[in-house]
Write a protein that binds this ligand. Structure first.
Ligand SMILES: [Zn+2]
Ligand SMILES: [Zn+2]
Length: 271
């Protein structure tokens, strides 16, 4: 049995947790360490269950407390060498990942086995030093994680088609962004091919490239607080899927949900 909890999702901090066979795998840790520990104990989850941390990229909202937790619990941290280098140089990360805990996973490497999880990385375009998407396989589950997506690549089309479960960014609504409070320079950064992805782009990508025979659940992540609303993201993506012939109601139907920015979700069993 694989359990998934989204602990936090969005520009104020990202953190996801997977647990299988007593092996806890964190994906990113971009919230404060005290808040993180409080969430964990509220769920009755022992911190000692965490065995490794996997990091997508070096932006602070993904790595803020990675070094801190790694030091406290002697946890190995896995990401690309470029992301490790950039975390080390990130002034907003006060506690660095100890050198001995810096392990690399690079594109093209043989799959990395961490406990029950078999992990492969792929490139996701973004304005960080580097950004990794992950394919995480365990039991019959193939969970794909793609966050902070500047644009979708051909490789990402092939990868998303393998997913049984998917965490994918749906950052902003294009109209809310252009009518919103952000200065033009920031609007351009967000909508650029190395920034973030809009609801409509994610909807079109999923409608075209998901495999309806495989996909069971989709979680829309990293929603903007200023330039998006959960219901709008959900409606936009679901409409694109319905237009493609997906049924989204019923027991065996594909389930699409948004991940909350600050509140942890209940544990979800992946099957
Ligand atoms: Zn981010
Ligand atoms: Zn980022």
């Amino acid at each position: 049995m694989i359990q998934f909890i989204s602990i936090s999702s969005g520009s104020s901090g990202n953190c996801y947790y997977l647990l299988a066979d007593g092996f806890g795998l964190l994906i990113d840790l971009g919230i404060g360490i005290r808040i993180f520990k409080r969430h964990f104990s509220n769920y009755g989850l022992p911190l000692a269950q965490i065995k490794a941390i996997l990091v997508t990229h070096d932006h602070t909202d993904h790595v803020k407390a990675v070094g801190s937790l790694s030091r406290d619990f002697n946890l190995p941290v896995y990401t690309s060498a470029r992301v490790h280098d950039s975390i080390t140089r990130n002034h907003y990360v006060s506690k660095k990942v100890p050198l001995a805990q810096q392990h690399t996973i690079e594109r093209g490497d043989a799959p990395l086995q961490l406990g029950p999880f078999e992990i492969t990385s792929f490139a996701v375009p973004h304005d960080s030093a580097d950004n990794n998407g992950y394919i995480i396989k365990a039991e019959n589950v193939c969970l794909v994680v793609m966050t902070d997506v500047g644009h979708f690549t051909d490789e990402m089309q092939r990868i998303v088609a393998q997913a049984t479960h998917l965490i994918i960014e749906s950052n902003y609504d294009a109209q809310m962004l252009s009518n919103g409070p952000y200065p033009m320079r920031l609007q351009k950064r967000i909508s650029s091919p190395n920034g973030h992805i809009s609801n409509a782009e994610t909807g079109a990508f999923l409608a075209e490239h998901l495999n309806p025979e495989r996909i069971k659940r989709v979680w829309l992540c990293h929603l903007s607080a200023e330039n998006n609303r959960p219901q709008l993201a959900l409606d936009t993506v679901c409409q694109a899927l319905r237009n493609k012939g997906y049924t989204l109601e019923g027991d065996n139907a594909l389930r699409v949900e948004t991940l909350p920015r600050h509140t942890p979700t209940l544990p979800v069993e992946l099957e």
